[in-house]
Design a protein around this ligand. Structure first.
Ligand code: NI
Length: 179
């Protein structure tokens, strides 16, 4: 779902409008229960997306598009890109759940979760908007910003890709960023 907009300078760069830093350190947990940090992705590009496994619409579509985009990349470029799905719903997204969910869309997609504090820190680093909204029967959904972030091999922010982008466009943007 649409959330807080990220304002970007033309041509990207490490800062968004207003001098806001995008991205930064995170320490989360993958599907195998292993701690994964931003540093584990140094040397590769990251395509980072925040969402949650109970998402009824936007997250499944975006993850499917991310997986299709990976399929469209030349082999060498593909090896340089790590697609990463970080939950905004750590209460329900256990390591096994988010790991399996991400890999159901694409075997390369790394699903990450963590403690409330660890997830909140990752959200803050990426300026992600996420808020719980109640549903029937005590259930809940999460409103959340829906933006793909492209991070470079040095961990620096390169730019964003809007969630409506088709797989071919996502792949081309990754190539344009140097993947
Ligand atoms: Ni979603």
């Amino acid at each position: 779902m649409a959330g807080a907009a990220v304002l970007l300078r033309p041509g990207g760069g490490s800062r968004a409008g207003g001098g806001v830093q995008i991205g930064g350190p995170f320490a989360l947990v993958n599907g195998a229960g292993k701690t994964v940090t931003d540093r584990d992705f140094r040397g590769r590009f990251m395509l980072v997306y925040f969402g949650y496994t109970h998402c009824p619409d936007v997250c499944p579509t975006t993850l499917s598009d991310m997986a299709s985009a990976m399929d469209k990349l030349p082999k060498a470029s593909r090896a340089r890109v790590a697609p990463v799905f970080i939950t905004v719903d750590p209460a329900r997204d256990t390591p096994a759940l988010i790991g399996d969910y991400a890999q159901a869309f694409g075997s390369e997609i790394v699903g990450l979760t963590g403690s409330d504090a660890a997830v909140a820190a990752a959200e803050a680093a990426y300026h992600v908007y996420a808020a719980k909204h109640p549903l029937a029967h005590g259930d809940y959904g999460m409103d959340h910003s829906s933006i793909m972030y492209v991070m470079g091999p040095d961990g620096g922010f390169l730019g964003v890709i809007n969630d409506g982008a088709k797989p071919a466009e996502i792949a081309q943007r990754l190539l344009d960023f140097g993947a």
